[in-house]
Write a new protein. Structure first.
Length: 124
């Protein structure tokens, strides 16, 4: 849980796997996590197939990261800090800016997101 080091144990920046985030609680395949520092690398890989990470900042879910069967990030749902709306980034790498940077959430993603937020609110 942290950076791109799940397969090797060390990211390209030299961070050991599992040192950049810590778990707040877990519900099934969803782990609710928070960053250990401001310079934490984005979640790109995991050691658990099908894992979903809900990144919490402060007291609120700010991002949800989905991983595929190869343990690579394939979808990132983010909450826009300015508008408060959610959008999706697709693929291992994604373009943060530009005309095709953000996709709308699918109905399935909306349902999963609603469930994740509900469980987080019940937990806190």
């Amino acid at each position: 849980m942290g950076g791109r080091g799940s397969s090797s144990g060390i990211s390209k920046k030299g961070n050991a796997y599992g040192t950049q985030y810590h778990t707040l609680f877990q519900d099934g395949d969803v782990k609710y996590i928070t960053k250990n520092g401001r310079q934490s690398e984005p979640l790109m890989e995991t050691m658990t197939k099908g894992r979903i990470y809900a990144t919490v900042n402060g007291n609120e879910v700010k991002a949800v990261t989905f991983f595929d069967d190869d343990n690579k990030r394939n979808v990132l749902l983010e909450k826009d800090e300015n508008t408060g709306t959610w959008h999706a980034h697709r693929g291992y790498y994604h373009n943060e800016y530009g005309n095709n940077a953000h996709d709308n959430l699918t109905p399935r993603e909306n349902a999963i997101l609603d469930n994740i937020i509900k469980k987080w609110n019940n937990h806190k």
